[in-house]
Design a protein around this ligand. Structure first.
Ligand code: FES
Ligand SMILES: [Fe+2]
Length: 330
Protein backbone atom coordinates (compact mmCIF):
# COMPACT_ATOMS: atom_id res chain seq x y z
CA UNK A 1 0.00 0.00 0.00
CA UNK A 2 1.35 3.38 -0.92
CA UNK A 3 0.20 6.90 -1.59
CA UNK A 4 -0.59 7.70 -5.21
CA UNK A 5 2.81 8.11 -6.93
CA UNK A 6 1.73 11.48 -8.38
CA UNK A 7 0.97 12.71 -4.87
CA UNK A 8 3.75 11.32 -2.70
CA UNK A 9 6.12 14.21 -3.23
CA UNK A 10 3.50 16.84 -3.92
CA UNK A 11 1.34 17.70 -6.89
CA UNK A 12 3.31 19.09 -9.79
CA UNK A 13 2.44 22.35 -11.56
CA UNK A 14 1.66 24.08 -8.31
CA UNK A 15 2.98 26.96 -6.24
CA UNK A 16 4.41 26.07 -2.83
CA UNK A 17 5.87 28.17 -0.02
CA UNK A 18 9.59 27.36 0.17
CA UNK A 19 10.78 29.36 3.17
CA UNK A 20 10.24 32.64 4.97
CA UNK A 21 11.38 35.81 3.20
CA UNK A 22 13.29 36.91 6.28
CA UNK A 23 15.38 33.73 6.11
CA UNK A 24 17.05 34.72 2.82
CA UNK A 25 19.51 37.55 3.24
CA UNK A 26 22.75 38.12 1.35
CA UNK A 27 23.83 34.45 1.50
CA UNK A 28 22.17 31.86 -0.74
CA UNK A 29 20.09 29.27 1.12
CA UNK A 30 19.57 25.62 0.22
CA UNK A 31 16.30 23.74 0.80
CA UNK A 32 14.91 20.31 0.01
CA UNK A 33 11.37 20.73 -1.37
CA UNK A 34 9.24 18.24 -3.31
CA UNK A 35 12.20 15.88 -3.31
CA UNK A 36 14.40 18.45 -5.05
CA UNK A 37 17.36 20.49 -3.84
CA UNK A 38 16.77 24.16 -4.57
CA UNK A 39 18.88 27.22 -3.90
CA UNK A 40 17.12 30.46 -3.03
CA UNK A 41 19.10 33.68 -3.41
CA UNK A 42 18.74 37.43 -3.76
CA UNK A 43 20.34 39.42 -6.57
CA UNK A 44 21.91 42.87 -6.18
CA UNK A 45 18.50 44.58 -6.02
CA UNK A 46 17.16 42.07 -3.50
CA UNK A 47 14.96 40.13 -5.92
CA UNK A 48 14.52 36.44 -5.08
CA UNK A 49 15.56 33.68 -7.51
CA UNK A 50 15.20 29.93 -7.21
CA UNK A 51 17.32 27.39 -9.09
CA UNK A 52 18.31 23.79 -8.77
CA UNK A 53 20.95 23.55 -6.09
CA UNK A 54 23.53 21.75 -8.20
CA UNK A 55 26.45 23.34 -9.97
CA UNK A 56 26.66 22.21 -13.59
CA UNK A 57 30.42 21.73 -13.28
CA UNK A 58 30.84 18.97 -10.68
CA UNK A 59 27.53 19.09 -8.86
CA UNK A 60 28.43 21.03 -5.72
CA UNK A 61 25.56 22.68 -3.93
CA UNK A 62 25.36 26.30 -5.02
CA UNK A 63 23.83 27.17 -1.66
CA UNK A 64 27.31 26.65 -0.21
CA UNK A 65 28.55 29.44 -2.50
CA UNK A 66 27.86 33.14 -2.46
CA UNK A 67 26.35 35.98 -4.43
CA UNK A 68 29.01 38.08 -6.14
CA UNK A 69 28.12 41.12 -8.28
CA UNK A 70 24.55 39.90 -8.66
CA UNK A 71 25.57 36.38 -9.78
CA UNK A 72 25.50 33.11 -7.91
CA UNK A 73 29.05 31.82 -7.53
CA UNK A 74 29.87 28.20 -6.80
CA UNK A 75 32.27 27.83 -3.89
CA UNK A 76 34.19 24.92 -5.45
CA UNK A 77 35.79 26.42 -8.61
CA UNK A 78 34.04 29.77 -8.94
CA UNK A 79 31.65 29.11 -11.82
CA UNK A 80 28.98 31.84 -11.84
CA UNK A 81 25.32 31.86 -12.87
CA UNK A 82 23.14 34.87 -13.59
CA UNK A 83 19.55 35.39 -12.43
CA UNK A 84 18.20 33.35 -15.35
CA UNK A 85 20.43 30.43 -14.37
CA UNK A 86 22.73 31.00 -17.33
CA UNK A 87 26.35 30.08 -16.66
CA UNK A 88 28.23 33.34 -17.23
CA UNK A 89 31.69 32.75 -15.81
CA UNK A 90 34.09 29.81 -15.87
CA UNK A 91 37.17 31.40 -14.33
CA UNK A 92 39.32 28.26 -14.57
CA UNK A 93 39.37 27.95 -18.37
CA UNK A 94 39.19 30.54 -21.15
CA UNK A 95 38.15 27.85 -23.65
CA UNK A 96 35.32 26.61 -21.42
CA UNK A 97 34.27 30.20 -20.79
CA UNK A 98 33.85 30.75 -24.54
CA UNK A 99 32.61 27.37 -25.68
CA UNK A 100 30.94 25.66 -22.71
CA UNK A 101 29.41 28.41 -20.56
CA UNK A 102 26.90 29.63 -23.20
CA UNK A 103 25.46 26.10 -23.38
CA UNK A 104 24.90 25.72 -19.64
CA UNK A 105 21.83 26.91 -17.82
CA UNK A 106 20.51 25.87 -14.42
CA UNK A 107 16.93 24.81 -14.01
CA UNK A 108 14.96 27.81 -12.73
CA UNK A 109 11.76 27.94 -10.75
CA UNK A 110 9.46 30.92 -11.02
CA UNK A 111 9.35 32.70 -7.70
CA UNK A 112 7.38 35.30 -5.80
CA UNK A 113 7.55 36.87 -2.37
CA UNK A 114 4.10 37.23 -0.86
CA UNK A 115 2.89 37.38 2.74
CA UNK A 116 6.50 37.23 3.99
CA UNK A 117 7.02 33.86 2.33
CA UNK A 118 9.08 32.84 -0.70
CA UNK A 119 6.96 30.87 -3.17
CA UNK A 120 8.23 28.64 -5.94
CA UNK A 121 6.39 27.10 -8.88
CA UNK A 122 7.17 23.41 -9.31
CA UNK A 123 6.36 22.15 -12.78
CA UNK A 124 7.05 18.98 -14.71
CA UNK A 125 8.11 21.04 -17.67
CA UNK A 126 10.66 23.64 -16.57
CA UNK A 127 9.90 25.96 -19.50
CA UNK A 128 6.20 26.17 -18.81
CA UNK A 129 5.19 29.65 -17.61
CA UNK A 130 3.68 29.72 -14.12
CA UNK A 131 0.03 30.65 -13.63
CA UNK A 132 -0.77 33.52 -11.24
CA UNK A 133 -0.22 32.67 -7.59
CA UNK A 134 -3.46 32.82 -5.61
CA UNK A 135 -3.08 33.09 -1.83
CA UNK A 136 -5.77 33.69 0.80
CA UNK A 137 -6.91 37.33 0.64
CA UNK A 138 -6.56 37.81 4.41
CA UNK A 139 -2.79 37.62 4.00
CA UNK A 140 -2.71 40.84 1.97
CA UNK A 141 -5.66 42.64 3.54
CA UNK A 142 -4.50 45.47 5.83
CA UNK A 143 -7.54 44.84 8.05
CA UNK A 144 -5.80 41.63 9.14
CA UNK A 145 -2.62 41.25 11.11
CA UNK A 146 -0.76 38.02 11.72
CA UNK A 147 2.23 35.86 12.47
CA UNK A 148 3.91 32.98 10.71
CA UNK A 149 4.38 29.68 12.50
CA UNK A 150 6.71 27.23 10.75
CA UNK A 151 7.46 23.62 11.60
CA UNK A 152 8.87 20.47 10.04
CA UNK A 153 6.96 17.27 10.68
CA UNK A 154 8.21 13.77 9.90
CA UNK A 155 5.05 12.80 8.07
CA UNK A 156 3.95 12.74 4.46
CA UNK A 157 2.25 15.96 3.38
CA UNK A 158 -0.99 14.11 2.55
CA UNK A 159 -1.34 13.16 6.21
CA UNK A 160 -0.83 16.80 7.17
CA UNK A 161 -3.62 17.83 4.79
CA UNK A 162 -5.92 15.03 5.95
CA UNK A 163 -5.48 16.21 9.52
CA UNK A 164 -6.75 19.63 8.46
CA UNK A 165 -9.81 18.04 6.82
CA UNK A 166 -10.70 16.36 10.10
CA UNK A 167 -12.33 18.82 12.54
CA UNK A 168 -13.48 15.99 14.85
CA UNK A 169 -9.96 15.44 16.17
CA UNK A 170 -10.09 18.87 17.86
CA UNK A 171 -11.99 18.06 21.08
CA UNK A 172 -10.08 14.76 21.51
CA UNK A 173 -6.44 15.33 20.60
CA UNK A 174 -6.56 18.94 21.77
CA UNK A 175 -9.25 18.43 24.42
CA UNK A 176 -7.09 19.78 27.24
CA UNK A 177 -5.96 22.86 25.34
CA UNK A 178 -7.10 26.40 26.04
CA UNK A 179 -8.42 26.88 22.52
CA UNK A 180 -9.78 23.52 21.36
CA UNK A 181 -11.33 21.88 24.40
CA UNK A 182 -14.94 22.98 23.97
CA UNK A 183 -17.98 21.52 22.25
CA UNK A 184 -19.65 18.19 21.63
CA UNK A 185 -17.64 15.05 21.00
CA UNK A 186 -20.12 13.60 18.54
CA UNK A 187 -21.40 15.20 15.37
CA UNK A 188 -22.36 14.68 11.76
CA UNK A 189 -20.23 16.22 9.06
CA UNK A 190 -21.30 18.04 5.94
CA UNK A 191 -19.14 18.55 2.85
CA UNK A 192 -19.84 21.07 0.12
CA UNK A 193 -17.85 21.61 -3.05
CA UNK A 194 -17.07 25.04 -4.47
CA UNK A 195 -15.16 26.21 -7.56
CA UNK A 196 -11.68 25.44 -6.29
CA UNK A 197 -12.18 22.95 -3.48
CA UNK A 198 -14.55 22.16 -0.66
CA UNK A 199 -15.69 23.02 2.84
CA UNK A 200 -16.08 20.38 5.51
CA UNK A 201 -18.10 21.41 8.54
CA UNK A 202 -19.70 20.02 11.65
CA UNK A 203 -23.48 20.05 11.40
CA UNK A 204 -24.09 20.52 15.10
CA UNK A 205 -21.83 23.41 16.07
CA UNK A 206 -20.21 26.52 14.67
CA UNK A 207 -17.96 29.05 16.36
CA UNK A 208 -17.21 26.72 19.28
CA UNK A 209 -14.09 24.82 18.30
CA UNK A 210 -12.25 23.91 15.08
CA UNK A 211 -15.67 23.35 13.47
CA UNK A 212 -14.95 23.68 9.75
CA UNK A 213 -12.16 23.96 7.24
CA UNK A 214 -12.03 25.13 3.67
CA UNK A 215 -9.69 23.60 1.09
CA UNK A 216 -8.50 25.59 -1.89
CA UNK A 217 -6.83 23.42 -4.51
CA UNK A 218 -6.02 24.95 -7.86
CA UNK A 219 -2.52 26.15 -8.79
CA UNK A 220 -1.78 26.38 -5.08
CA UNK A 221 -3.20 24.37 -2.21
CA UNK A 222 -4.13 25.85 1.13
CA UNK A 223 -6.57 25.48 3.96
CA UNK A 224 -8.53 28.11 5.85
CA UNK A 225 -10.00 27.52 9.29
CA UNK A 226 -11.13 29.47 12.35
CA UNK A 227 -10.40 28.91 16.01
CA UNK A 228 -12.50 30.90 18.49
CA UNK A 229 -10.23 32.42 21.15
CA UNK A 230 -11.80 32.67 24.62
CA UNK A 231 -9.90 35.87 25.50
CA UNK A 232 -6.92 37.98 24.63
CA UNK A 233 -9.06 39.53 23.03
CA UNK A 234 -12.02 37.17 22.58
CA UNK A 235 -12.87 36.42 18.97
CA UNK A 236 -11.88 34.51 15.87
CA UNK A 237 -8.33 33.46 15.09
CA UNK A 238 -8.11 32.69 11.40
CA UNK A 239 -5.48 30.17 10.39
CA UNK A 240 -4.22 29.76 6.84
CA UNK A 241 -2.36 26.49 6.46
CA UNK A 242 0.15 25.33 3.86
CA UNK A 243 2.03 22.05 3.53
CA UNK A 244 5.11 21.73 1.34
CA UNK A 245 6.43 18.20 0.87
CA UNK A 246 10.16 17.86 1.56
CA UNK A 247 10.67 14.11 1.26
CA UNK A 248 8.12 11.30 1.21
CA UNK A 249 8.28 11.32 5.00
CA UNK A 250 8.71 14.96 5.91
CA UNK A 251 6.74 18.13 5.37
CA UNK A 252 7.29 21.83 5.90
CA UNK A 253 4.12 23.19 7.48
CA UNK A 254 3.04 26.78 7.79
CA UNK A 255 0.27 28.06 10.00
CA UNK A 256 -0.31 31.74 9.32
CA UNK A 257 -2.32 32.99 12.26
CA UNK A 258 -4.26 36.14 11.45
CA UNK A 259 -6.83 38.27 13.20
CA UNK A 260 -9.09 41.01 11.90
CA UNK A 261 -8.39 43.56 14.60
CA UNK A 262 -7.50 47.23 14.66
CA UNK A 263 -6.34 49.83 17.18
CA UNK A 264 -5.54 48.76 20.72
CA UNK A 265 -7.07 45.31 20.21
CA UNK A 266 -4.57 44.57 17.46
CA UNK A 267 -1.67 45.83 19.57
CA UNK A 268 -2.95 43.86 22.59
CA UNK A 269 -3.26 40.62 20.62
CA UNK A 270 0.14 41.05 18.98
CA UNK A 271 1.68 41.55 22.42
CA UNK A 272 -0.18 38.59 23.92
CA UNK A 273 0.66 36.42 20.93
CA UNK A 274 4.36 36.80 21.57
CA UNK A 275 4.14 36.54 25.33
CA UNK A 276 1.41 33.91 25.71
CA UNK A 277 -0.56 32.59 22.72
CA UNK A 278 2.37 31.44 20.63
CA UNK A 279 3.37 28.91 23.30
CA UNK A 280 -0.23 27.68 23.67
CA UNK A 281 -0.63 27.23 19.91
CA UNK A 282 2.72 25.47 19.77
CA UNK A 283 1.56 22.90 22.34
CA UNK A 284 -1.46 22.19 20.13
CA UNK A 285 0.51 21.68 16.92
CA UNK A 286 2.98 19.50 18.80
CA UNK A 287 0.05 17.19 19.56
CA UNK A 288 -0.74 17.11 15.83
CA UNK A 289 2.90 16.41 15.00
CA UNK A 290 3.18 13.50 17.43
CA UNK A 291 -0.03 11.90 16.13
CA UNK A 292 0.84 12.35 12.45
CA UNK A 293 4.33 10.98 13.00
CA UNK A 294 2.71 7.96 14.69
CA UNK A 295 0.56 7.11 11.65
CA UNK A 296 3.22 5.00 9.87
CA UNK A 297 3.04 6.97 6.62
CA UNK A 298 1.14 5.37 3.76
CA UNK A 299 0.67 2.21 5.82
CA UNK A 300 -1.91 4.17 7.79
CA UNK A 301 -4.37 3.49 4.99
CA UNK A 302 -3.92 -0.29 5.02
CA UNK A 303 -6.09 -1.09 7.98
CA UNK A 304 -8.14 2.03 8.47
CA UNK A 305 -11.90 2.06 9.01
CA UNK A 306 -13.37 5.39 8.06
CA UNK A 307 -16.53 6.66 9.73
CA UNK A 308 -19.11 9.27 8.83
CA UNK A 309 -17.07 11.76 10.83
CA UNK A 310 -14.21 11.33 8.33
CA UNK A 311 -16.10 12.86 5.43
CA UNK A 312 -13.54 15.63 5.08
CA UNK A 313 -10.72 13.10 4.69
CA UNK A 314 -12.71 11.18 2.07
CA UNK A 315 -13.53 14.35 0.16
CA UNK A 316 -9.91 15.48 0.18
CA UNK A 317 -8.75 12.15 -1.23
CA UNK A 318 -11.41 12.41 -3.92
CA UNK A 319 -10.39 15.96 -4.79
CA UNK A 320 -6.71 15.03 -5.05
CA UNK A 321 -7.53 12.03 -7.25
CA UNK A 322 -9.57 14.30 -9.53
CA UNK A 323 -6.67 16.71 -9.64
CA UNK A 324 -4.30 13.92 -10.74
CA UNK A 325 -6.77 12.74 -13.39
CA UNK A 326 -7.18 16.26 -14.70
CA UNK A 327 -3.40 16.81 -14.84
CA UNK A 328 -2.92 13.47 -16.62
CA UNK A 329 -5.56 14.38 -19.20
CA UNK A 330 -3.91 17.72 -20.02
S1 FES B 1 31.50 22.23 -8.81
FE1 FES B 1 30.84 24.25 -9.03
S2 FES B 1 32.51 25.27 -9.87
FE2 FES B 1 33.17 23.23 -9.71
FE1 LIG C 1 -4.96 19.48 15.34
Amino acid sequence: MDFEPQLKLGLQNMWYPICQSAGVKEKPRGFHRLGQDVVVWRDSVGKIHIHEDRCLHRGAKLSVGEVVNGSLRCAYHGWCYDTSGQCVTIPTSKTAQTKLAPRLRLRSYESQERADLVWGYFSENADEPAPPLIIPEELEDPAYSGFICEAVWKANWILVLENLADPMHGPFLHGQSLTLGRGALEDDMRVSRNDAGFIVEREGQRGVNFDWSEFYCDDSLWVRLDIPLPFGPKGILRILCFATPMTEDSTLVYFLRYRKLSGWKRAYWRFLYKTFWEKQHFKVIEQDRVILESLRGAQSRMAEHLANSDRGVTELRKLLREKIACRTAQ
